[in-house]
Unconditional design. Structure first.
Length: 546
């Protein structure tokens, strides 16, 4: 080994040791300087910031310190020692980011004069606060916390870093949804995909259609055991979010620099809505809110003009509630059985010279996309929206492997990677199942090994890959503790996949840092899979989802 490579290897080794020493997840881009010593953080430490927008970051830090360490910081305009939050308005050149635009660069320095967090954006300062939180000892019982001297420069690799939560199969309370959003914030995630409607429940209040929640949000029971089930609870299950609750959740997320993307399923997964308004289906019913899981033949009628009136009305209210650029319209798992038998659907195909029902689905999606675009929004759909022709401005969420994302990128459409065999957190975490889950296996190591830029994608199309997301389908998660158990520690692995540079990711280093992360889970009072490091193995091939 020549001297150059020996020096390079030594530097990489030292940098890895620094990362492990500070146990930060996701791994920062650079830990560029450190020395012995620490800054003492206590209730006597003031927090200093001048720009008004930085109050969100200060409030988050204070809430964290209050909840988990029992003290608050007072705001001050000038002090000799303290925590300084600053906007420098000078974004540095990117080293880790992909060619699509990212924001969130920050620098953090801890020295005897204080803790200094600076960034070009409010969002970047917020991410610096998350790193500061990880420098605090989760096992400390003292009211004075020793923050080690360190200097960090960091930035996200991808602009889309997402987590999904299905509340249709099992409803989650407002308080848990907020807690879930906090988990995202603590991992520097910036998109919350909220799956609000499906066959098993309609969870969002639409004032023009009150029966959606009066009837569509309730089912009479839920199957027990794995699909097709070995019985039924015969216990009613329901719940929905009022528009005021949704506004509060959206603001709560925005205060943490997280964008909430609502998903309103169309044209499939329609049972709950059809139960409320049977004229929206091809047969007119009878329909029921499903008590089992899977894919159902009864879908929204694509030949009925009232269907499009209904969805336009729904989108009017949804668009007003969610400031996000995107509305997710589902578009997956839509059987064509009803359409093939429906005179109205067949007439629609003749009128528009559509050769098959796949093109009819494309007609449905493209028509709704035009309306959503008029509201100043863009659509996201699961990769089935590629079938029959992709809507002009659609973003594809690729779940059936990577092919959908690759095809979308080659068509110069943006894509978000969420392939089931890596990104489905409803799959088991160990081959020896310890609870009822979907049949797939997605270990911690499998999640960590994922590379969002597909290997076979030509370089000129890589800019269309926005990032990645993990999905949490709740067929077999009927309480917050189970959801936490299924997402942790896999969410921590995902955060490093979408934030850290490809070159800096190292499984051995991550395992070392995760041990301290387990202590943070315990500090938060969070349930998690404690044997993830011991039992992590490569996952088998993707087996699908419902």
């Amino acid at each position: 080994m020549n001297k150059f490579f020996l020096c390079l290897f030594t530097l990489l080794l030292l940098n890895a040791e620094l990362h492990a020493q500070f146990n930060i997840i996701p791994q920062p881009l650079e830990v560029i300087n450190t020395s012995k010593g620490s800054f003492n953080l206590s209730d006597r430490t003031p927090i200093v910031f001048k720009q008004q927008g930085l109050g969100k970051s200060a409030s988050f830090l204070n809430a964290y310190l209050s909840q988990f360490y029992g003290f608050n910081l007072k705001q001050s305009k000038a002090t000799a020692q303290g925590i300084y939050l600053r906007l420098n308005h000078k974004p540095e050149s990117s080293k880790a980011a992909e060619t699509n635009h990212t924001t969130g660069n920050y620098s953090l320095e801890v020295k005897k004069e204080g803790i200094f967090i600076s960034a070009a954006t409010e969002e970047g300062v917020f991410y610096g606060v998350q790193t500061l939180i990880q420098l605090l000892d989760p096992n400390s019982k003292d009211k004075t916390l020793a923050v080690p001297f360190v200097k960090i420069k960091d930035e996200p690799r991808f602009q889309y870093r997402g987590m999904h939560l299905d509340v249709a199969r099992h409803f989650s309370t407002v308080s848990f949804v907020k807690k879930y959003i906090d988990y995202l914030a603590l991992h520097k995630m910036n998109y919350f995909h909220w799956h609000l409607t499906d066959d098993q429940g309609w969870r969002i209040e639409i004032k023009k259609y009150p029966k959606l929640t009066e009837l569509g949000s309730k089912r009479k029971g839920t199957i027990t055991g794995f699909l097709p089930g070995n019985g039924n609870t015969n216990i009613p299950h329901g719940g929905f979010y009022t528009q005021e609750e949704i506004k509060a959740i959206v603001k709560y997320a925005a205060d943490r620099y997280i964008t909430v993307i609502p998903e309103i399923e169309m044209p499939g997964h329609a049972s709950a809505a059809l139960t409320a308004y049977s004229y929206l289906g091809c047969t007119g019913g009878p329909y029921k809110v499903q008590e089992t899981f899977g894919v159902f033949d009864e879908v929204f009628c694509a030949g009925n003009e009232q269907t499009f009136t209904f969805f336009q009305d729904v989108i009017d209210e949804v668009a007003a509630l969610f400031p996000a650029k995107y509305i997710h319209i589902g578009g997956d798992e839509c059987p064509k059985t009803s359409w093939k038998k429906c005179p109205k659907c067949q007439q629609r195909m003749k009128d528009h010279q559509l050769k098959d029902e796949h093109e009819l689905q494309s007609y449905f999606v493209q028509r709704m996309e035009k309306y959503i675009n008029k509201k100043g929004k863009s659509i996201i759909g699961w990769d089935e929206i590629l079938e029959g022709g992709l809507a002009p401005n659609a973003t594809v969420m690729s779940w059936r492997g990577e092919d959908g994302g690759i095809e979308a990128a080659k068509q110069k459409h943006y894509a978000i990677m969420t392939p089931g065999n890596y990104m489905y957190f409803d799959y088991a975490q160990t081959a020896k199942r310890d609870s009822l889950t979907m049949p797939g296996l997605t270990t911690l190591e499998k999640v960590y090994s994922y590379e969002p830029i597909p290997a076979g994608l030509p370089a000129q199309y890589r800019k269309y890959i926005l990032g990645a997301q993990a999905n949490v389908w709740t067929e077999y998660m009927n309480n917050p503790s189970k959801i936490e158990y299924m997402i942790f520690p896999r969410m921590s692995a995902l955060s490093e996949v979408v934030w850290s540079s490809k070159e800096s990711r190292d499984w051995t280093s991550f395992q070392s840092r995760l041990k301290q992360q387990f202590n943070r889970y315990q500090l938060w009072g969070t349930n998690y899979y404690k044997d993830a490091l011991e039992n992590s193995r490569k996952s088998p091939a993707f087996q699908g989802h419902f």
